[in-house]
Design a protein around this ligand. Structure first.
Ligand SMILES: [Zn+2]
Length: 192
């Protein structure tokens, strides 16, 4: 048993160390993407697989509009909470977009393929700059405020944890399993 686990860990480490293969044909692509910064005065980034800050650089690419909008939301949030913890931003997309599934660690992402999706971790009640690992650790008031701000910023979808009772316009804010530690924001495609 321990041997199998050891082999699985070794394989996982090997996969993480391999260069990132190009996206398969027919999946979402990201052209002219920009990298989301590792951190700023307003936010830090979080690697959901290695469970540490910052998130690895190849996991945080988005369209320029997505990257700008998220930073603007977090700057405004920070202005109103200057003494609170910085918000943690998780995965966006790979540098050229495409498949970002379980092969890249953790549960993987069904979407996150075109630089239009971003994960944002809920603020914690204890103010630590880490992802919450239980819904009870989430500051629901601040989490709701983030949901509201992302809806206001033009998100077409915000997935939220079923246990957190976060609210918003029904066509946009949708409870989804595995979102009790982060919200998932999706923006619409940029105009041609
Ligand atoms: Zn997501």
């Amino acid at each position: 048993m321990a041997g199998k686990v050891g082999i699985a860990i070794a394989l996982g480490a090997l996969l993480l160390a391999l260069p990132v293969p190009p996206p398969a044909a027919g999946q979402g692509r990201l052209r002219d993407g920009v990298q989301f910064p590792a951190e700023s005065f307003d936010f830090a980034t979080w690697d959901p697989v290695l469970k540490r800050s910052p998130d690895r650089g190849w996991r945080r690419w988005g369209t320029p509009e997505t990257v700008d909008r998220v930073q603007l939301v977090l700057r405004e949030y920070r202005d109103d909470h200057p003494d609170g913890a910085r918000v943690l931003v998780g995965d966006l997309s790979r540098p050229q977009g495409g498949y970002f599934g379980a092969r890249y660690g953790g549960l993987g992402h069904a979407s996150h393929q075109a630089g239009l999706d971003v994960d944002v971790y809920y603020p914690r009640r204890d103010g630590l700059e880490r992802a919450a690992f239980r819904p009870s650790q989430v500051d629901r008031r601040l989490a709701q405020e983030l949901v509201d701000r992302f809806v206001e910023s033009g998100a077409i979808r915000v997935f939220v944890g079923p246990d957190l009772r976060l609210r918003g316009p029904r066509r946009i804010v949708t409870p989804l399993i595995y979102h009790d530690d982060h919200l998932h924001v999706r923006y619409g495609p940029p105009p041609d």
